[in-house]
Design a protein around this ligand. Structure first.
Ligand code: GTP
Length: 410
């Protein structure tokens, strides 16, 4: 499959074969490996202890009477090393020292296992003792979780020291056997440890790529989500977001039997502003107004949005008519106080706005659209009243139909 389909071509990851990534990645990998290895060792230590108990009881049963005590007295220290390392692995503050204590423990265990045959005389006992060397090497290479270089250092270093101790203080090592146990298993262990680390590095690299890709996708999704709700010029909520919020707040106010207020804000003579100062300055003016208006929508549920063009809209759940009038007046004044020059504005020569406000208590006989229409009518009234002002929508008085033919006395 990998030969034909380009999608399945093997990814060449730099540094995997040489067990060394580029510097920053290597640091990340080592941290990752340390975390994973110590987590696995918390459990593996029990299996290693179990194997040790199996080994020690087996050899003890088979060893000749004469060396049993001496053998056990020395080999028991390997068990102590495993126990101490296992206990240290349970202490999380020591996690980052795992390569150190597991490396030293492995080194000492191999040293002891290698030296012991030299202290035991007689070919039969020596062969038996070499079994523990095999165990030690397999466990260090395959179960402790050291990186390849550390495992090699522990196993070869421990082997050489054990051999030197056996030569110096014991009867030496029978290399006929040692080559078939120590050397052979070391080479096999190195091969297994190397291939395991290559696979582990590839897994780490792929996981990291996947994680980064997920992060990028998430960031993009967040951005798209924000753009779908936000007006790009002013960063206020856009019309779509406002429409959704209006429906939501309408339903909420209906449930809670509260009023809902809407204010439509329109910049006065903005076409003339654009014609006089240019479209870019017009944009800046809208941004400045958006910043000012944002200050009037800070309570939970309040919303300030760009309605479209030079129109803004403010939504206030739970606001009664009296408060809506106060707010409309304050907004008008606040924009006037900005003092942004607007020469073609015949009234004051500064940027002003007109505001149309409407308040309704949502019920069965009205709807959100009617509220917006009412605010729009109020805005129209503000415009026709000379601009730079606000109006609150009040429904027209009921029209009384008087028949032409009807007489007062009727
Ligand atoms: N710079 C800029 N101008 C915009 C933007 N959106 C709409 N406009 C302009 O706003 C102006 C609105 O003009 P009109 O609807 O005629 O209203 P007006 O001139 O403000 O007059 P009144 O509302 O009656 O006071 C148009 O010239 C639009 O081109 C925008 O995003 N940036």
């Amino acid at each position: 499959m990998s030969g034909t389909d380009p999608r399945f071509r093997r990814v060449v990851v730099p540094g995997v074969r040489w067990l060394r990534f580029p510097r920053r990645l290597e640091r990340e990998y080592r941290d990752y490996h340390c975390r994973e290895a110590v987590t696995a060792f918390r459990v593996n230590a029990f299996y290693i202890l179990l194997l040790y108990v199996l080994l020690i009881t087996g050899i003890y049963a088979l060893a000749p009477e004469a060396v049993r005590g001496r053998w056990l007295g020395t080999y028991i220290w390997v068990g102590v090393i495993v126990l101490v390392a296992g206990c240290m692995a349970q202490l999380r503050p020591l996690d980052r020292y795992f390569p150190l204590y597991a490396g030293i423990g492995s080194f000492l265990a191999v040293t002891l296992s290698m030296a012991i045959p030299g202290f035991l005389y007689g070919p039969a006992e020596t062969q038996l003792a070499h079994v523990s060397v095999i165990y030690a090497l397999v466990i260090v290479y395959a179960m402790v979780g050291l990186r390849f270089t550390h495992a090699v250092m522990a196993c070869w270093g421990g082997g050489v020291l054990g051999w030197m101790l056996a030569e110096g203080f014991g009867a030496g090592i029978d290399w006929q056997i040692a080559h078939r146990t120590y050397t052979g298993i070391s080479l096999l262990g190195m091969f297994l440890c190397y291939t395991a680390e290559v696979r582990d590095r590839l897994l780490f690299f792929n996981q990291r790529q996947l994680y980064r890709q997920q992060q990028r996708t998430q960031a993009l999704a967040d951005r798209l989500h924000r753009l779908s709700r936000e007006d790009s010029l002013t960063s206020l909520a856009n019309r779509r977001f406002f429409d959704e919020a209006l429906e939501r707040e309408w339903r909420r106010c209906k449930r809670e039997k509260k009023p809902l207020a809407v204010m439509l804000v329109d910049v006065d003579h903005f076409k003339d502003y654009n014609d006089h100062y240019g479209h870019l300055k017009g944009d800046e003016c809208l941004q400045a107004l958006a910043t000012e208006l944002r200050r009037y929508g800070r309570r939970g549920g309040d919303l300030v949005a760009r309605f479209g063009g030079e129109e803004f809209v403010l939504l206030y759940p739970g606001v009664e008519e009296a408060e809506a009038m106060q707010l409309a007046s304050r907004v008008c004044r606040a924009v006037r106080m900005l003092g942004m020059p607007h020469k073609p504005n015949p009234r004051v020569g500064e940027v002003t706005i007109s505001v149309g406000a409407a308040v309704m208590v949502p019920g069965e006989r009205n709807c959100a659209e009617q509220l917006l229409e009412a605010a729009d009518r109020a805005l129209y009234q503000a415009k026709t009243a000379g601009r730079d002002t606000w109006k609150l929508y009040s429904p027209p008085p009921p029209v009384r139909l008087v028949s032409d033919t009807a007489k007062p006395d009727d």
